[in-house]
Design a binder for this molecule. Structure first.
Ligand SMILES: [Fe+2]
Length: 142
């Protein structure tokens, strides 16, 4: 699932850990991919929030805003978990673009039902990745 290994940690950012470096790299890479996907899904959901149309506009508009807030709320925990493990985390939109597995949606128009289908699919996929990452991390703890 991970596309990139974590980079070397500057001595000033070194965090004590009992984990072997290979585990730090592997878990950090997984969490950083999840973090990049969180930012990508956040913006994708905001995109849908801003561009939704149709007779259920108000309900969908508000629901997508609530969901984007919930997605954004996960970012700090993911990033700080990487730092706590001894890794480094994302630093830029460019890095997010390289790590994300969620595809951007730049269509000029997306029907509301298609927006909801895409959102549900991405959320289910993300939930599975979070489950796998937590299993991976749990498997590396003594
Ligand atoms: Fe808004």
């Amino acid at each position: 699932m991970s596309k990139a290994k974590s980079d070397k940690v500057s001595p000033e950012l070194d965090t004590p850990t009992d984990l072997p470096q290979a585990a730090v790299d592997k878990i950090s890479a997984s969490l950083n991919t999840l973090l990049a996907d969180a930012f990508a899904l956040y913006l994708k959901t905001k995109n849908f929030h801003w561009h939704v149309s149709g007779r259920h506009f108000r309900d969908y508009h508000l629901m997508l805003d609530e969901q984007s807030d919930a997605i954004f709320a996960t970012t700090d925990q993911l990033a700080e978990r990487v730092r706590k493990l001894g890794g480094t985390t994302v630093r830029s939109i460019g890095q997010i673009g390289k790590l994300q597995t969620i595809k951007d949606n730049n269509e000029s128009y997306v029907p509301p039902r298609e927006m909801l289908r895409v959102f549900i699919d991405e959320t289910e996929r993300r939930t599975w990745f979070l489950f796998e990452a937590s299993r991976q991390e749990g498997g590396n703890e003594a």
